[in-house]
Design a protein around this ligand. Structure first.
Ligand SMILES: Nc1ncnc2c1ncn2[C@@H]1O[C@H](COP(=O)(O)OP(=O)(O)O)[C@@H](O)[C@H]1O
Ligand SMILES: [Mg+2]
Length: 442
């Protein structure tokens, strides 16, 4: 469904041949761009990429044999078919040495050209697929957790993967928005195409615009050559805009237009280009509030908020912590499972303001400190379990003994989660005394 028409560049100076090629190739389901000189072809390949190049050997402004290595330097994987004169075998051999995949001799039989093209394209698809497979094999399946909130969330994530609409991932930093974005891509129909990620908080103004939309040479001071933007790179695949809440207002307007029209212009260029990308956005901000404060465009907000998925903070799904910890530890090569009950209790009692990212970092540090020994609580310095060390009241603000006693009782009750028997034992008084004191408290 998302396979694009193969794009070809034909470099040929004879007008009649050009016409014949173009008609045949377009009819055969290719998209063809024609160039009649090497100079023009050079300019084109600097700015655009092609699935294959058909190259005539003799051109008015130079020898294609010498141009080939330059083309291969810019696009090492683009297959080239060289067209040579009759009986010009030595030149054809030289062309293959210079990087051409194939050569055909004149007069060109169109069916033969098509067969050669298809062979080249299939090989290239195989190469790409193999590369992606290798990359995918390296990416471990993430573990999202089995808590009720995460089970529900994964149902949404499956719907997101099966569809092609804009997704907005919400949640505190480190909850795994980036991990989920990649999971959605890897489980979507676009998985064999590119996953392109851009963090909108790291670039501002012109640089962000140029990164997204690309630019032509000279359109601003540092634009020293034509460059494609990430929107173009994501054609056929997924564009992940992280921290979209940090995007400049001006870029927001252009992005909205691009999403609506599925087309865009490079900076400094009039040509309207098309890109078929799937958009996933993420933010740790309250975007609706940002729109009220006029920091984020309302129209863009409603355009990207089609399918919001909110990932809960780790503290809100404490039951996922043991599973996540084991998953992350296995990723680091640790094998001593199950983890000790005291380690689990410690991990579960810490509030994890940095969420899964912080958990991963703490586990990595603990492994370094443990030097290969099984993990124990002492390898987690700084993880203060909050529930077992409740904040003491600020006694300086309390003047009478009764006030201090009352505050202490309230604190201990909180610590034992309202269990009066445990509280009375810890306070060294009888249960009935505790009840009496509580009665006074009210
Ligand atoms: N579900 C998960 N499974 C495995 N690792 C995770 C998971 N979620 C988060 N992480 C870890 O936490 C790090 C931060 O996740 P990330 O997706 O960048 O968070 P966010 O984008 O929400 O700030 C990741 O690099 C990864 O190591
Ligand atoms: Mg992130």
């Amino acid at each position: 469904m998302f396979r694009k028409k193969p794009r070809l560049l034909v470099v040929e100076d004879d007008e009649a041949s050009c016409f014949a090629y173009e008609r045949f190739l377009v009819n055969a389901g290719f998209e063809a761009k024609m160039s009649m000189t090497l100079a023009e072809a050079s300019r084109i390949v600097e700015a655009e990429s092609f699935d294959a190049v058909i190259l005539d050997l003799r051109l008015p402004d130079g020898n294609s044999l010498q141009w080939l290595p330059r083309l291969k330097k810019i696009h090492p994987h683009t297959p080239v078919i060289v067209i040579t004169g009759m009986n010009d075998i030595p030149t054809a051999v030289q062309a293959t040495k210079n990087g051409a995949e194939n050569f055909l001799t004149k007069p060109i039989e169109m069916p033969e050209l098509r067969a050669t093209l298809n062979k080249c394209l299939e090989l290239e698809i195989l190469r790409k697929r193999q590369m992606i497979q290798q990359r995918l094999a390296k990416i471990e399946e993430p573990f999202f957790g089995l808590s009720e909130s995460m089970t529900n969330l994964m149902e949404y994530a499956h719907v997101a993967a099966d569809n092609d609409s804009v997704i907005l991932l919400l949640g505190e930093t480190g909850v795994g928005k980036g991990v989920l974005a990649r999971w959605i891509h890897n489980n979507s129909q676009r998985k064999s195409e590119a996953f392109v990620e851009l963090n909108c908080s790291s670039l501002k103004g012109e640089l962000l615009r140029s990164e997204l939309f690309g630019h032509v040479k000279g359109s601003f001071t540092s634009a020293i050559r034509d460059r494609e933007g990430l929107i173009e790179v994501a054609d056929g695949g997924t564009l992940f805009l992280d921290e979209i809440g940090d995007m400049d207002a001006e870029v927001q307007a252009q992005l909205l237009k691009t999403i609506e029209e599925k087309s865009f212009r490079r900076i400094g260029e009039n040509l309207l280009r098309k890109s078929d990308f799937r958009l996933i956005c993420a933010t740790n901000r309250d975007l609706l509030k940002e729109t009220e404060d006029r920091r984020f465009r309302k129209d863009l907000y409603y355009r990207i908020c089609v399918f919001p998925i909110s990932i809960p903070a780790l503290q809100k799904r404490v039951e996922d912590i043991p599973g996540l910890a084991e998953h992350l530890l296995s990723g680091f090569g640790y094998t001593e499972f199950p983890l000790g009950a005291d380690v689990i209790t410690l991990l579960k009692s810490y509030p994890w303001p940095g969420n899964v990212r912080e958990l991963r970092n703490m586990l990595e540090r603990a492994l370094l400190l443990a030097h290969g020994n099984p993990l124990s609580t002492r390898y987690f310095p700084g993880l203060e379990p909050i529930s077992s060390s409740p904040a003491l009241p600020d006694y300086q603000d309390l003047s009478t003994l009764a006030d201090i006693e009352n505050a202490h009782i309230a604190n201990m009750l909180k610590k034992f989660e309202g269990d009066k028997l445990k509280t009375s034992k810890a306070l060294g008084i009888s249960l009935s005394s505790l009840y009496r004191k509580i009665h006074h408290l009210k």
